[in-house]
Design a binder for this molecule. Structure first.
Ligand SMILES: Nc1ncnc2c1ncn2[C@@H]1O[C@H](COP(=O)(O)OP(=O)(O)OP(=O)(O)O)[C@@H](O)[C@H]1O
Ligand SMILES: [Mg+2]
Length: 466
């Protein structure tokens, strides 16, 4: 009963059977009420006719009354009584069974009070009886009562027949509906069942989760979404594997160097002091490199978590002041290479940012510009804003980036010239940290570059505080 198919069948079934039963019962009740009120009218008319006869004659013997009854074609299932104004029976057409007995029923008391009255009552055998009572008037005064009753068995029999027919119709229609709704729900749920089959096939078919689209409509859309999601997961998984293998490789390189140096030192216990110093300095460089890689990996992981778990801590910051501090921090590096670092702080530009993240982004890009520009070059840091964004532009007269490398440089561990980057201590993580940080602020980074001429990086961050 868990399946959609059975739920559909049951829903159709219940709705239609309930509707049929309600409408059927309503119609049958209306018919019954109509027939019974017709019968009540008939009974009252008969009572009136009898009372009319009796009023016309002063004294009537029982035989004459019987004669009148015969003339009126009263049937076996009817009975007539005459009562005096004390509700005492003076005549009973049923062999005088009730003769001289008191019968103060509602209809009779109504008639003694001068009113024609008719009711439905239940007889001793449980059958429905319609009884009417009419006053016998003499000189405009009530002289007695004619009570007349008819068994309504014919009505109840007729109604019972209709009920039986109704139940039979409902049963037949229910069976038909059951069959039709079973077939229909099968047609409706088939695409879902086929999708489920395909999904479990795909799950068993390790890795290949792409489902062939054989149907349109909602299920077709579901297949499209599923395939899209699978592709994304695959892509993410690919990136994750690449990242892990890159990270292991990058961590392993300095570790291998350290191992090599320490082995050499161990195997040369009598090595001169200068040589030991040189080895230890090399080892120190490798340890620094390891520390740098691990620090940057931690920064990236923290940002990944910030996006998903811990959220970010924003505060209103003056971006121009932030850039002044970054320029100040990197000026010594530029001076070492005789690079002119130009920055003219404009009027303060405020935005709601996470200071450390944006610091990291601008710092890494400015650091690159200085790092990848030859001696006596020029690096310019410029800030502006438009209606919606702060734009931080960093241009250099450096080595430039080839067009096909332009987007790869944002990948984790990617460096254009690996050998040289290792010399300069680059880890290949700087730009991916910068991009992740800017994206966490809803912004992006644009690159324009020409090999041998220079590059321009444009950090665009939406202003969320005005
Ligand atoms: N201004 C630039 N001019 C020329 N090439 C650049 C510039 N900025 C980045 N690149 C290229 O992009 C690569 C990736 O840069 P990224 O900052 O991610 O790593 P890195 O500078 O090598 O290492 P890290 O920044 O982690 O010390 C660099 O190795 C370099 O080849
Ligand atoms: Mg860098």
């Amino acid at each position: 009963m868990q399946s959609i198919r059975w739920k559909l069948v049951l829903t159709y079934f219940i709705i239609i059977v309930l509707t049929l039963a309600t409408v059927g019962i309503y119609i049958i009740n209306s018919i019954q009420q109509h027939i019974l009120s017709q019968k009540e009218m008939g009974t009252l008319t008969q009572a009136n006719v009898l009372s009319g006869y009796i009023s016309r004659y002063q004294e009537l013997s029982d035989d004459s009354i019987r004669l009148i009854m015969e003339q009126q074609q009263l049937t076996n299932n009817s009975r007539m009584l005459m009562l005096n104004t004390e509700a005492c029976v003076t005549f009973d057409s049923n062999n005088g069974v009730m003769q001289d007995k008191y019968m103060p029923t509602d209809v009779i008391l109504d008639a003694i009070g001068g009113k024609n009255s008719v009711r439905q009552i239940t007889g001793q055998d449980g059958g429905l009886i319609i009884c009417a009572a009419v006053p016998i008037l003499k000189d405009k005064a009530v002289a007695g009562v004619v009570y007349y009753q008819v068994a309504a068995d014919d009505v109840t029999d007729f109604m019972n027949n209709i009920y039986a027919t109704l139940i039979m119709i409902i049963v037949i229609i229910s069976i038909l509906i059951g069959i039709v709704s079973f077939i229909m729900s099968g047609i409706i749920t088939e695409p879902i069942r086929s999708l489920t089959r395909k999904l479990s096939d795909a799950a068993e078919n390790n890795g290949d989760y792409i489902i062939e689209k054989t149907t349109g409509g909602e299920v077709g859309q579901l297949i499209d979404s599923f395939n899209k999601m699978t592709m994304q997961i695959k892509e993410q998984e690919g990136k994750r594997q690449e990242f892990v293998s890159n990270a292991s490789h990058e961590l392993k390189t300095p570790l291998s160097s350290i191992k090599l140096i320490s082995d050499s030192l161990l195997n040369a216990p009598d090595a001169p002091r200068e040589m030991v110093d040189e080895f230890l300095t090399d080892m120190n460089v490798q340890v620094d490199r390891l520390t740098r890689i691990i620090d940057k990996l931690l920064t990236l992981t923290k940002m990944d978590n910030a996006a998903n778990v811990s959220g970010m801590e924003f505060s209103v910051q003056d971006i121009t002041e932030l850039c002044s501090n970054i320029a100040k921090a990197l000026r010594p590096l530029a001076e070492q290479k005789h690079i002119e670092l130009c920055y003219e702080a404009p009027a303060p530009i405020y935005s709601k940012i996470e200071r450390d993240r944006i610091w990291e982004a601008i710092y890494n890009i400015l650091d690159n510009s200085i790092k990848y520009t030859k001696e006596d070059g020029k690096v310019t840091l410029d800030i502006s804003k438009d209606e919606n964004n702060v734009i931080i532009e960093i241009s250099d007269t450096g080595i430039g980036i080839a067009p096909d490398e332009k987007y790869k440089i944002f990948d984790r561990f990617y460096r254009v010239d690996k050998a040289r980057a290792r010399e300069t201590g680059g880890t290949g993580l700087g730009l991916s940290i910068a991009l992740t940080a800017v994206e966490l602020h809803g912004g992006n980074i644009q690159v324009e570059s020409e090999e041998g001429v220079g590059s321009t990086f444009r950090i665009i961050i939406p202003i969320t505080f005005k």
